[in-house]
Design a protein around this ligand. Structure first.
Ligand code: URA
Length: 479
């Protein structure tokens, strides 16, 4: 098909978009949010743009101009580029990759598709943490109060669980009364007053990522480093943080199965951060087995409280302290890594982090009774044990299988619109390196129906590898 786009004077295209983007960027400096939606009305992408040519170029490994990338994103958001063309383009990117310049252009296009939070008026650095997603990952619930009790500002927009991985918003919603949907004003006010706010992604923030992510999920194009890097960094840039520690999960329960794949994405995210003024520090942690013992929303909140009491599973505490010791030096406290580690441990031991957690939950509308009375959290009607079918040492636990079992028990959702059972999940009784005798419990499964529990018992029994020889405890910090 002849392309009217390529017969146009293409030199005009970058200017057209660049001018508009410049307008939005400068608008953001004197208001808290940049309104970007109106630009979609200013151009008729259908006439100007032939998406098929852009798809062909990427298919043939030709580097795209930033205006072409912007045009794809804007056209998709305007409804001028249909799902099938966007899917084909994403698949071409999956196979051909994107250069750094292209990845940055994609990040910018995603950020500029919506509003952008500007927290600079707080006059302080706001630090953030992002996990690439895992099983039993309740780190934010512990790390946030640790950072805030040390005196730094911790502001984070979180997501819901997807597939076998959990999401912080779902975990927080298992706390009666807790509000995850805050307006930008509420987010900022709470951050200023209590030093911590974790909320669902503000409406209008990076809408293009939400729409494209949903398509990637259905078209097998999630596992692409440039797409992952642009998706994550667009949310961090739009969220207004000055510094982000990336908890990059590697292993069977993670997006990244190998450290090589994870390092490529980490490098891209650092580079995007460098170019867009966000200090990005990646930390690699293992997701070969679930983190901690609890997998499932209310179960994980309960375990987070134990960790804040200084009584949590060692691997969870190790990850929290490792991330805190890297994040606090990026705040405005002026601490080095050693001091940050000492102060984080001190805040847990003294109870300051738990008190900060109580304050945070209360300010965000949650009923704090569960902190001293865990029974105040949703509890499952049925709980079954998973017995070991032989004695030996735990040589490995398949995190993906545990995550899937929790999902089937009701702790997660297959589709975005599904409701979840906050009480459902799995509690591991033994982890890699532990000894077990035949008949002892490997784990317990929690659900509202006995049938789901029975299916999970069968699945979980297969997710444990038991060997006759002693096995080393798994290492959680990989770098
Ligand atoms: N998390 C995200 O936010 N985006 C991705 O693409 C993958 C993980």
């Amino acid at each position: 098909m002849a392309s009217s786009f390529f017969n146009l004077n293409t030199a005009d295209m970058p200017c057209l978009y660049a001018d508009r983007r410049e307008k939005h960027r400068s608008a953001g400096s004197d208001q808290n949010f940049m309104q970007a939606g109106e630009r979609l009305n200013m151009c008729n992408l259908k006439q100007m743009f032939q998406a098929v040519e852009i798809i062909r170029k990427k298919r043939d490994a030709v580097e795209l101009a930033s205006a072409e990338i912007t045009g794809m994103v804007d056209g998709f958001m305007a409804g001028d580029i249909p799902d099938y063309q966007m899917s084909a383009w994403l698949m071409a990117i999956y196979f051909r990759g994107l250069s750094i310049d292209e990845t940055v252009a994609l990040t910018d296009a995603l950020v500029d598709s919506g509003r952008r939070l500007d927290l600079s008026f707080l006059g302080r650095k706001v630090v953030d943490k992002h996990s690439t997603g895992g099983v039993g990952d309740k780190v934010s619930l512990v790390l946030g109060p640790v950072i805030a009790s040390c005196g730094a500002l911790f502001g984070k927009m979180s997501g819901r669980g997807l597939a076998h991985t959990g999401g912080t918003v779902d975990k927080l919603e298992s706390i009666p009364g807790f509000r995850t949907q805050l307006s930008p004003d509420e987010f900022e006010a709470q951050l200023r007053e209590t030093g911590i706010c974790i909320a669902g992604q503000s409406e209008g923030l990076v809408p293009a990522d939400m729409k494209i992510y949903a398509l990637r999920d259905l078209t097998g194009t999630i596992e692409s480093n440039p797409l992952i890097a642009a998706s994550i960094m667009s949310k961090k840039i739009a969220g207004g943080a000055s510094a982000v520690v990336l908890d990059i999960k590697v292993g069977s329960g993670a997006f990244f199965k190998t450290i090589g794949h994870a390092s490529g994405a980490a490098h891209l995210m650092r580079k995007i951060g460098e170019l867009r003024g966000v200090n990005v520090l990646p930390v690699f942690t293992s997701m070969e087995q679930p983190l901690g013992n609890a997998v499932g929303n209310a179960l994980e909140v309960r375990e987070a409280v134990s960790a804040l009491r200084g009584d949590g599973p060692a691997d969870l505490t190790d990850v929290v302290v490792a991330l805190a010791s890297r994040l606090l030096p990026l705040s405005d406290l002026g601490w080095d890594r050693r001091r940050s580690e000492q102060e984080s441990r001190r805040c847990i031991e003294s109870g300051a982090a738990l008190e900060k957690f109580r304050e945070w939950i209360s300010v965000q509308g949650g009923d704090t009774r569960f902190i001293d009375h865990p029974d105040a959290l949703p509890a499952a009607r049925h709980v079954l044990s998973v017995p070991a079918n032989r004695s030996g040492y735990i040589a490995g636990i398949d995190a993906l299988a545990v995550g899937r079992a929790a999902l089937e028990l009701g702790a997660g959702r297959h589709r975005k619109d599904e409701t979840i059972d906050h009480s459902a999940g799995v509690v591991l009784c033994v982890k890699t390196g532990d000894r077990i005798s035949e008949g002892e419990s490997l784990a317990s499964v929690h659900s509202s129906t006995e049938e789901k529990c029975m299916a999970a018992v069968e699945a979980l029994a297969k997710s444990y590898r038991i060997s006759d020889s002693e096995a080393e405890p798994a290492q959680v910090l990989l770098d």
